[in-house]
Design a protein around this ligand. Structure first.
Ligand code: AHR
Length: 500
């Protein structure tokens, strides 16, 4: 049975937001050191930034980059990472049981963002710290000058304020693993007071993110959102969502990830709207899905160092990704786009080496993982408005999740250029999926490009030695005739069809 789709320009969900294409750089493993930063590397510039990684970051089409954590931020003193590098303290990083040299810090990261053409999304420490330190780092970053902290920034070489508007109020404070973990009411109060005070300095130009749940399987999911937002609703712009998925042995279950994320988003929306209704608030709080990816936590987790071992930038969570993982990542991105009315920001976690689309060898090359491709192509071609599609798809059976629609799809329409782009995933692991799309509402279009990412071996992994045997290639047989777009999506595939 074919999957049938109808697209019409009148059914717009909301704009394609550049903020959906964010990523994440944490002081974790080799994300920073030998990731984005490696003085002496053949491609490094005078400040130690790897040129090959800068190039791939631009090619990936990244908008915002969240920093400096993650779990790391909950024990972090931002002052450690500013000023002359040889005077910066070396510290224990308790989150990842590592040694932090602080050779990269706030001003450095903002400089890197400028070179990468991305916007920083800064997180403040609400684990071991509180309102005052959040105000301090905000003043250091954003006040033009004439105060102790803003003049300190200027003395450190940044004459102009950094103008950072995106701020995360802590990280995963619902998680018992978090340094300074809190109950929802404790955290809600702290988030509200931190946000209220930050607004006194930065006003409505600030975009503030309260911590939501670390995932849909947290016991406190739902109640956490409710209790936090009952305290903080009027002061924040976003509630965060995090979700990692993995292949636990059944490809059918793994390929249902987009279906599960869809449900998670709907549930978060229900909790947010419940609080809004109880508070009779005129304010809208959106979702910042600021950690999402495939993460093979149970099967391939590198143990975090322990005991007397406190290494610098150890190899941690350097997952290698399969073609199936890339299809899942493409599907998750489709899902985020489909909810563009409520998901106003998102960050693929992370950018380099740590569960990442970009990998590096110290002193050696940088290379692309499989998940790089659907992200880069979606970022490059999703433009204008996201369209709500009418979809009639056959289902497949996932042992764990039951009936799952085989097709996941979204389209974007750019009224200015006239381009229409359909992103589609066939989640079925053993059957090709014929696709019939009624695009007759868009007159006079032709099929500009049809690409597919798939392999006869969905478990094929890119490696440093071979990162290019499986690349996106032409989707043979795709045709647009009389307003009817037809194609056959191979099993476990991600595809992009562009009309112009
Ligand atoms: O992205 C890796 C880790 O996952 C982050 O530090 C944390 O926020 C999450 O649990």
């Amino acid at each position: 049975t074919p999957a049938r789709v109808t697209a019409h320009p009148a059914f717009a969900v909301g704009p394609v937001r550049r903020e959906t294409f964010g990523t994440f750089v944490e002081h974790l493993g080799r994300c920073v050191y030998t990731g984005i930063y490696e003085p002496g590397h053949p491609t490094a510039d005078d400040d130690g930034w790897r040129g090959d990684v800068l190039g791939l970051t631009r090619e990936l089409g990244v908008s915002t980059v969240r920093y400096p954590g993650g779990n790391f931020v909950s024990g972090y003193r931002w002052e450690d990472g500013i000023g002359p590098k040889d005077e910066r303290p070396v510290r224990l990083d308790l989150a990842w049981h590592s040694t932090e040299t602080n050779q990269v810090g706030l001003d450095d990261f903002v400089q890197w963002c400028g070179r990468a053409g991305v916007e920083p999304m800064m997180a403040v420490n609400l684990g071991t710290r509180g309102v005052q330190e959040a105000l301090d780092v905000l003043e250091y970053c954003n006040h033009p000058g004439g105060t102790a902290l803003s003049d300190l920034r200027r003395r450190n070489g940044a004459e102009e304020p950094h103008g950072i508007s995106f701020w995360c109020l802590g990280n995963e404070m619902d998680g018992p693993w978090q340094i300074g973990h809190k109950t929802p009411t404790e955290y809600g109060r702290l988030a509200a007071e931190t946000a209220r005070a930050m607004r006194m300095a930065g006003g409505d130009a600030l975009r503030l993110v309260a911590c939501g749940s670390s995932g849909p399987t947290m016991d406190t999911f739902g109640e956490w959102e409710r209790a936090v937002l009952m305290e903080a609703y009027e002061f924040v712009d976003y509630i965060s969502a995090h979700q990692y998925v993995e292949n636990r042995g059944s490809l059918e279950d793994h390929l249902a990830a987009g279906h599960l994320m869809d449900r998670f988003i709907r549930e978060i929306v229900a909790h947010v709207d419940h609080v809004r209704s109880v508070l009779r608030s005129a304010r809208e709080v959106h979702i910042s899905f600021d950690e999402w990816n495939v993460w093979h936590m149970s099967s391939r987790r590198t143990p975090v160092p322990s005991g007397s071992d406190w290494p610098e930038a150890p190899e941690l969570t350097e997952d290698l990704y399969t073609v199936a993982d890339a299809v899942v990542v493409g599907d998750l991105l489709i899902t985020l786009l489909r909810h563009t009315d409520r998901v106003h920001a998102a960050s693929l976690a992370q950018l380099v080496n740590v569960i990442a689309p970009i990998m590096t060898a110290p002193g050696g090359p940088a290379w692309k993982q499989t998940i790089f491709h659907p992200f880069a192509l979606t970022s490059a071609h999703a433009r204008g408005e996201v369209l709500q599609l009418a979809v009639d798809s056959p289902s497949y059976t996932s042992p764990q999740h039951g009936l799952v629609p085989a097709l996941s799809a979204v389209a974007t329409h750019d009224a200015d250029s006239g381009s229409v782009t359909l992103f589609a995933v066939n989640r079925a692991s053993d059957t090709a999926l014929p696709l019939e799309a009624d695009v007759s509402a868009f007159e006079g279009k032709r099929l500009v490009e049809a690409l597919v990412f798939a392999s006869d071996d969905p478990l094929w992994c890119a490696t440093q030695e071979d990162s290019s045997s499986v690349l996106p290639g032409p989707l043979e047989g795709a045709v647009l005739e009389d307003g009817r777009l037809t194609a056959v999506l191979p099993p476990v595939s991600w595809a992009m069809l562009r009309l112009g």
